[in-house]
Design a protein around this ligand. Sequence first.
Ligand SMILES: CC(C)(COP(=O)(O)OP(=O)(O)OC[C@H]1O[C@@H](n2cnc3c(N)ncnc32)[C@H](O)[C@@H]1OP(=O)(O)O)[C@@H](O)C(=O)NCCC(=O)NCCS
Length: 445
Amino acid sequence: MSTSNGNGQPAQVPATATTIKPTDLRGILKYVPRFQGQIFVIALDGPVIADDNFGNLLVDIAVLRSLGIKLVLVHGISQQLRELSALRGVPITNADGTGVTDAATLDLAVRASSRVSHALFEGLTQNQLKCAITNAVRALPTGIIKGIDQQFTGKVDRIDKDFILELIDRQIVPVVPPIGFGPDGKSLRVNSDLLAAELAEALHATKVVYLASSPGLEIDGEIRREISIAALSRLMQEEPQRLADESRSKAIHAIKAIETGTPRVHILDGRVFDGLLNEVFSNEGVGSLVYGNDYQQIRRARKSDVRMIYNLTRNAVRREELVHRTQQAIEKNIDHFFVFEIDENIIACVTLYFYPDRPLMAEVGSLYVMPFYNNRGIGRKMVEYAGMVAKERGADTLLALSTQNFGFFTNVCGFEETSREILPDARMRTYEESGRNAKVMVKRL
Ligand SMILES: CC(C)(COP(=O)(O)OP(=O)(O)OC[C@H]1O[C@@H](n2cnc3c(N)ncnc32)[C@H](O)[C@@H]1OP(=O)(O)O)[C@@H](O)C(=O)NCCC(=O)NCCS
């Protein structure tokens, strides 16, 4: 593989570089359609930027970009902050943005952050990538925790996602430093692991890649290659001592990212040559993969969800995409509803009904996904889940009726259009009474 220097001249291939064989290329190309257009948030820890492999890593980042993957870069500064503190003889209260940040630490953090962002700028420029540092992170002071004022440490309040997406659309790589801006425009130090998770949520990213200075999540003294969020959460709650200290922050934020909708989080050593490409483009990977259980955010609805379900579906009812249901009607049928929950908010719902006169047949309905969360596979998951429950309860046929989004059921969920004659008698009567003339679709389970 040849690289280019800042002047557009071919640079020397690093001595350690391997050449990509056509067979490897075929392996990589199979991932291209899958990842094209998706957003990856890549978080680089301070030591990764200071390491000799940094130049190679930027080439890997340029490769991902050239494959049509949309990248957002976040960086840490803890190593550079410690170095600056030692160099200037100014003690710091905290290096990673999780404890107290006093005024002197904030001042050094801003300087360290500028240097690190600049190093990234240089590297991206050498790889012909346009980039821009952003002030897209609005932060709020963390405040007083257990009686201690955290001073200039901040938590993410809001992310200006339109700004970041606009940059991406213009082929500019956004670089987000671990310094947020408070409502008064003043700087607050934010932990970069947290920042990456928050950005992934706001941007609907499909991956967070933590490029750390350790090889992955270390559990019981060994690097775990793959772990589900359910297993990792259980471990963190019940036996946190099994996880190495260096892995703790990544584990906490991987859980956060997945709980808020990012399907996968990779944690790997950013100083390993070819590590990033291997992790993304091979089934084995080189670091740790934390993955979400596809259905863990789906649960049966409860009476206390009625108002939220009503409010959620109101707009779709107005557009006649869904049948009108009063709060009382939802409450009466609450046992038929399943909801998808993020951060204790219901963002999608679906119903599953059985026909008393046809025990082998079930109907999926009232499917709604809040527009902010569209195109993240949630609608498909809800329908799949309803199908799974129907099958478990003995059904072999799933029906869906839709007036405007029938294409979703046929193109995305594997249903086929069928005649209304398939409806059981009682259902046919309510179908005709409704006058909606919905298309009827069927799927064999
Ligand atoms: C239809 C709906 C449930 C889709 O939810 P979602 O979570 O965005 O869907 P997913 O992320 O699982 O799937 C997205 C895919 O479905 C496709 N899709 C969405 N609506 C579609 C339609 N009407 N026809 C064809 N394809 C459609 C998208 O283009 C996307 O395709 P891609 O993966 O190739 O990019 C959602 O838009 C919605 O709530 N609509 C309003 C209510 C409604 O009409 N419900 C159905 C009647 S019961």
